[in-house]
Design a binder for this molecule. Sequence first.
Ligand SMILES: [Fe+2]
Ligand SMILES: [Fe+2]
Length: 280
Amino acid sequence: MEPNFDSLKLKPFNPQKIQARKIKFQFSNEIPRLWHDNSLATTHFLNAIGLFLPGFEAFMVRGLKTQLSNINDSELESQIYGFIGQEANHGKAHNQYNQILRQQGYKFDTWLKVMDFILKEIIEKRLSSKICLAAIAGFEHLTTLLAGISLKVNLLEVADYRIRPLWEWHAVEEIEHSSLAFNLLQEIDNSYWLRALGGLLGAILVFGFTIFGMLLLFIQERDFFSFKTLIDLQKLLFTKYKLIPYGWKSVFHYFKFDFHPNNQDILLLAENLSLSLSQT
Ligand SMILES: [Fe+2]
Ligand SMILES: [Fe+2]
C-alpha cells in the first residue's frame, strides 16, 4: 500500500514550525532483500541505520522531554514538542520496516538490546542530561548530513519504490528540524566544549552502531565477500555517493567555533522533496 502524504499538504515543510505528521506505512513483504540497487553494501548501510534509529530516536525523545522543564520560551517549547512527535513517528515507521527484515530471516534482536543497554544504562544513567543533549545535537548534525547527501546525490533514486518514501519522508523531517537540538543546547548551555564533546560522543555512537549493524547483516548473507560488494562500498564511500568526502567536511564543520546548522541549499532540497511527496 502506498503511504498517504496528505499530512504534508496540511502541514507543509516549515523549519520555523516543526510539527509531527502522521504517515501510515504498510510495508509489503515482497520488498526485495537487496532493495537498494541490488547492492549488499548500500542496502545494509541503510538497513543498519534503520536498525538503530528507533532506539536512538526514543533516547532523543526522553532526552528532550527532560529538558522541557528548563525552558521558559513557549515558542521553543512548541518546537520541542514538534521534534518529539516527529522522532517518535520515525521510530515507529522504522520499527515496522525492521519487522519486514525479521520476516526475511535477518537476526538482530540481541543487537537491538545491546544498543538499548548502551543508551539507557550507560549514556543516560552515567552522564549528565546536558551531555546527553549535546550528543543528541551531534547526532542530529549527522542525520542532517546523511539526509542532505542523500538528496544531493539522489541516493534514493534507485531504492525500491515500496521503501523509498520512508527514507524520503524521514530525510525531509530531519532537515526540517535540523537546528532544534543545537538551538536548545545553546539555550541551556552554550559552552563550545560541551558541544564538541557531545559531537564526538554522537559521532562515536553513530559510526559504531552503523558499522557493527552492517557487519551483522553482511555476515548473514551467503556471498557477502565479493568483488561487487567491494566496488559498491567504494561507490558508497568515495566515488558515486561520496559519503566520506562530503561527510568528513561536514563533521569537521561542526567543530568550528562559529558553526550553526543552517544550510540553505539543503533546506531548499528538502522543501522541494516535501512538495513532490505531498503531490503523490
Ligand atoms: Fe528521525
Ligand atoms: Fe532528528
